[in-house]
Design a protein around this ligand. Structure first.
Ligand code: HEC
Length: 79
C-alpha cells in the first residue's frame, strides 16, 4: 500500500495544489507530475477547491453555507 498527500500552497504550486506519493513508504515523497489524471479528476469533480467534500456529510452543509462549492461541481448537479 502507499500513502498519498494533497498539499495546498498557492505560491509553490501552479493551480494551488499538488499531490505527493510515498511509494514503498520512502521517507521523502515525490510530487506527482501535473499531467497525471489525479489533477484533472479532482479539479473537475471535487466539490470544494479540488477536494471531495461532497462525500463528507459534516463538511457539505458548511460548504453550502459558505458558498465554496466549485462551479464544476454545481454544473454536475444540474446535468
Ligand atoms: C477518477 C477520479 C479520481 C482520480 C483520477 C484520482 N482521484 Fe483522488 N479522489 C477521488 C475521489 C472520488 C476521492 C474521495 C474519496 C473519498 O472521500 O472516499 C478522492 C480522494 C483523494 C484524497 C483524499 C483527500 C481529498 O482530496 O479529498 C487524496 C489525497 C487523493 N484522492 C489523491 C489522489 C492521487 C494522488 C491521485 C493520482 C495518483 C488521485 N487521487 C486520482 C477521485 C479521484
Amino acid at each position: 500500500m502507499g500513502v498519498e498527500v494533497h498539499v495546498k500552497d498557492t505560491r509553490r504550486f501552479k493551480g494551488g495544489w499538488a499531490f505527493f506519493g510515498f511509494d514503498d513508504m520512502v521517507k521523502t515523497a515525490k510530487m506527482t507530475p501535473k499531467t497525471d489524471a489525479c489533477y484533472s479528476c479532482h479539479q473537475s469533480h471535487g466539490a470544494v477547491d479540488t477536494t471531495f467534500v461532497q462525500f463528507y456529510p459534516t463538511l457539505l452543509p458548511i460548504a453550502k453555507m459558505k458558498q465554496t462549492l466549485s462551479a464544476e461541481y454545481k454544473k454536475e448537479l444540474v446535468e
